[in-house]
Structures are given as structure tokens and as C-alpha cells.
Design a protein around this ligand. Structure first.
Ligand code: HEM
Length: 460
């Protein structure tokens, strides 16, 4: 393997010695990729992995060019997206006409105003689910952070998508199926050139997960269609929606969009919030300010949507969390026509890798980029920043639909937990990001759940 970077002026490759990155690529591919970006100082880098030779694009100007200015030339096609299509179908996470029509139908359901109308139910769901942590607080048994975050987020997202139309039992079958799909897809993502005629590790588990999701969703869709009423939940809205031709959406389209939105919404939020706990553990001064804000604003709870705008420091912590651990850490595109990015010629059919994880770590655009410091998001500094130096939610026409939902759901969840407990990390770090569809820690992060006594605001 060799890695070359090309400069705009001369369009020739310089080589970053492989021995500096190869051992790390095997052990910790996510940080190795970021390290390649850092060494290239924002220049376009070509990764030469034999059959697979993608371009790594990290400079904010270049990211903007790919995601926004010239977005029609860089499509979500090719070897990375193909494995996901087997789960997602033709949906909002695709391209072309199916994507366009899904985007038109879904966008109004995730505006700030629409999310506000769903927030009360979401807050109640989160609060009820967090009460279940009492049992762990009493017994002193630790919880698995990733599992717990996924359990809470799953219920909140299911409430938004399905209202009361799905049983708790069926809802709880979705998360493990997605989890199985997200982990079993690793081999395909790392070996994207492997043909589908060749069975690879993980394929069987992946297809079983697709079957479980279908078994849960199709009956729920058929029931919702029979009585879509005027409920606000997303499945009811999709059952009432009409396509360009004025006809109802097919069951398959509703399934594909629900699967895609569920996948985009739950795994990303849960994994983001999993990384919060080791960061707070390592930064007691940030944790203390966060506890203080939540104590002041929410007290003993429950946390409600009215609290969210007052949780300003909580939002800064979440913004910085998404800088260091953007769940959508890598999203590839395929160049449809020959193009030039930062002076480097890119042939049609090439894969272009966009990685907020790498861009968010560039010294050229961030002071002390590897440090966790929520203060960066105190409003002043933000205005001076290049728009594409920070893009945890992507950008351009494919920009994430779920930002407003995230910034209501995540503060509610963090405030609901911290108004009752002080979770403490009990497993030793460091925790390494693993290259799954969403950025997740390779090692288990266990938390002990310590209850707090309100009144004097002290840990019990
Ligand atoms: C921490 C939370 C989240 C992160 C980091 C995140 C990140 C992203 C990113 C990077 C993209 C762009 C992908 C691309 O350009 O190929 C994206 C797209 C998308 N996200 Fe999110 N997301 C999050 C939460 C959510 C939530 C809560 C929803 C729920 C609605 C959601 C729904 C979507 C959808 C539907 C798209 C595709 C939009 C399109 O292509 O038109 N996301 N997300």
C-alpha cells in the first residue's frame, strides 16, 4: 500500500511513507485515516489500497465542492453504498428520483416546528425509560453505555416514527436487528471490491437482520394505512402522503424510508451519546459545568421541551462531542464525470471519501484539534469558522434531516439522566473508534449509575 498526496500547483503526488501509517491502519483504521488527513494538511490524498484507490478529501473548500457546489457529480453510488442498499432499498438514503421524492415527502416532518410538536411525547418516553436505570442504581450493577443509550434512543425514535402503532415487543426487535446489520456489514465496507457472488463473513447475519426488519415493519405499515387518521407520527404522515403522480405511496417505499430514517436516527444518536461518558469522565471541569446547568434548569426533573432552549452549555457540549465523534464519520461518493478537486484530477468512477472525523481534526482549521473543549462553541468563535470545517450533519442537498430532532432529543436525554444520576465510567480506557457504519467504541464502556440527592445537589 502506498499513500500519495498531490499539490494543486504541480499536480504530482508526494508520498507519505507507508511505515508511518500501516501498523495504525490495521489497529485503529479510523484514527489512521484522520492521521493521513492531518499529515497532508488538507490536501487531497489518494489512498492506494491495490484494487481500491479512493481519494480522501478533507479541506473544507474541497468538502464544500463535493457536497454542495458540484454535488450532482458526486453521487452516493459504488462499492460502499451497495452493501447498505440491501437493507435500505430505494429511499431517502439513495440518489436520483427515489431520493428526491422521499426528501420532498420527509422534509416537512423534521422541521423545527414539526419536531416541537413531537417533543412532549418524546420527553415523556425518555423520562419513563430512564426510570429503569433506578434498578441499576439500587443494585450497583454497571450498565453497558452503548446498549443503554441505544435502548433509550430506540424508544424515543420509535415514538416519533410510529406513535403508538407498534408494540413494545416489536419495537425492541428493531434495535438488535440494526445492530446486527451495522456490525455484520464491516467486512463488506472494508473489502468493497468483493463481489456479491462470494459469501463473506457477516453476510448471513446481515440478511437475517433485513428479514427481521421486514417482518416487523410490513404488518405495521398495512395496519397504519388502514387507519392513518390525523396522528402526527411519521408512519401516519407517510400513509397519508401522495407521490408526484397523486397516488398513495407503495408499502415498499414507506418501508424503505422508515428503515432509512430509523437507521439514520437511532444508531447515530445512540453512538454519539455513548462517547459522551468517557469524555465527561476525562474532563471533570466540563462535567461540573454541565451538572450545574442541568441542576439549575431542570432540578429534579422531569426534563421537558421548555427546558431545552435554556440548556446552552449542554448544547455546546453536544456540538463539541459531534466534532470529536461525528457518528457519520465517513461518507463516500462516486465521481460521475472527470473532475478536479484542489488541483488534483479525479477520474470518472473514482471513489471520493468525505470524513468529518478527519476534517474536524485538521490543525489548519482548529486550535488544539484533539482536545475536548466545548468553549469553542460559545457563539463568538463560530462565526469566523469555515462552514465546512465543521459538518457532523453533512452538507448540501443531502444534509441530515434530523438535526432539529437531535438537538431536542439529545439534550432531553442527557438532562433526564443527569437530573437523577451521575454515571461514572468503570471500565479502563482508552476507547478506540471502530470503523462501523456509525462510529462506535470498539471496547465496552461500562457505567456505574450513582443516584443524586436533590436539595443540596450532592452525590448520594
Ligand atoms: C448524532 C446524530 C446524527 C448524525 C451525526 C447524523 C449525520 C448525518 C450525515 C453526515 C448525513 C449526510 C450523509 C451524506 O451526505 O451522505 C446524514 C443524512 C441523513 N440523516 Fe442524519 N445524523 C444524525 C441524526 C439523524 C436523525 C435524528 C435523523 C432523523 C430524522 C437523521 C436522518 C437523516 C436522513 C434522512 C439523512 C439523509 C438525507 C438525504 O440524503 O437527503 N439523522 N445524517
Amino acid at each position: 500500500m502506498s499513500i500519495g498526496s498531490a499539490t494543486g500547483a504541480v499536480r504530482r503526488s508526494t508520498t507519505i511513507p507507508v511505515h508511518r501509517v500501516l501498523p495504525r491502519f490495521v489497529k485503529d483504521p479510523v484514527n489512521a485515516l484522520a492521521e493521513v488527513g492531518r499529515q497532508a494538511e488538507g490536501r487531497v490524498v489518494r489512498l492506494d489500497l491495490g484494487l481500491f484507490r479512493p481519494y480522501l478529501v478533507t479541506h473544507p473548500d474541497h468538502v464544500q465542492q463535493v457536497l454542495k457546489t458540484n454535488w450532482t457529480n458526486y453521487r452516493r453510488e459504488g462499492m460502499f453504498w451497495r452493501p447498505l442498499r440491501r437493507m435500505l432499498g430505494a429511499s431517502i438514503l439513495g440518489e436520483g428520483t427515489p431520493w428526491e421524492s422521499s426528501r420532498k415527502i420527509l422534509q416537512p416532518l423534521f422541521t423545527r416546528r414539526y419536531v416541537a410538536s413531537l417533543a412532549e411525547d418524546m420527553a415523556t418516553t425518555i423520562d419513563l425509560r430512564i426510570r429503569e436505570l433506578d434498578a441499576f442504581a439500587r443494585s450497583g450493577r454497571p450498565v453497558d453505555a452503548a446498549e443503554e443509550m441505544a435502548g433509550i434512543v430506540n424508544q424515543a425514535v420509535i415514538k416519533v416514527l410510529f406513535g403508538d402503532r407498534i408494540s413494545r415487543e416489536d419495537g425492541e426487535r428493531l434495535a438488535p436487528a440494526y445492530d446486527a446489520a451495522a456490525t455484520s456489514i464491516n467486512f463488506r465496507l472494508l473489502m468493497p471490491f468483493m463481489p456479491y457472488s462470494v459469501r463473506v463473513p457477516g453476510d448471513r447475519a446481515f440478511m437475517k437482520a433485513v428479514q427481521t426488519v421486514d417482518d416487523v415493519l410490513f404488518p405495521v405499515i398495512r395496519k397504519a394505512r388502514a387507519d392513518s387518521g390525523d396522528s402526527l407520527d411519521v408512519i401516519s404522515a407517510l400513509c397519508r402522503a401522495r407521490g408526484e403522480d397523486g397516488a398513495e405511496l407503495a408499502d415498499r417505499q414507506i418501508r424503505d424510508d422508515l428503515v432509512s430514517v430509523y437507521g439514520a436516527a437511532s444508531e447515530s444518536t445512540a453512538m454519539t451519546l455513548t462517547w459522551l461518558w468517557p469524555l465527561l469522565d476525562a474532563h471533570p471541569e466540563v462535567a461540573a459545568r454541565l451538572y450545574d446547568e442541568i441542576d439549575r434548569v431542570v432540578g429534579a426533573g422531569p426534563a421537558t421541551p421548555e427546558h431545552v432552549p435554556q440548556l446552552r452549555y449542554t448544547r455546546m457540549v453536544l456540538q463539541e462531542l459531534l466534532r470529536l465523534y461525528p457518528a457519520g464519520w465517513l461518507f463516500p461518493r462516486m465521481a460521475m464525470e472527470p473532475a478536479e478537486i484542489g488541483g488534483v484530477r479525479v477520474k470518472a468512477g473514482s471513489q471520493v471519501l468525505i470524513s468529518p472525523y478527519a476534517t474536524h481534526r485538521l490543525d489548519e482549521f482548529w486550535e488544539r484539534p484533539l482536545e475536548f473543549d466545548p468553549e469553542r462553541f460559545a457563539s463568538e468563535g463560530q462565526e469566523r469558522r469555515h462552514k465546512y470545517s465543521y459538518f457532523p450533519f453533512g452538507g448540501g442537498p443531502h444534509q441530515c434531516l434530523g438535526q432539529h430532532l437531535f438537538y431536542v432529543e439529545a439534550p432531553l436525554l442527557v438532562a433526564a439522566i443527569l437530573s437523577r444520576f451521575r454515571p461514572a465510567v468503570v471500565t479502563p480506557g482508552p476507547f478506540t473508534p471502530s470503523p462501523a457504519a456509525s462510529l462506535r467504541p470498539k471496547e465496552k464502556i461500562e457505567l456505574s449509575i450513582v443516584p443524586i440527592r436533590h436539595g443540596r445537589g450532592e452525590a448520594a
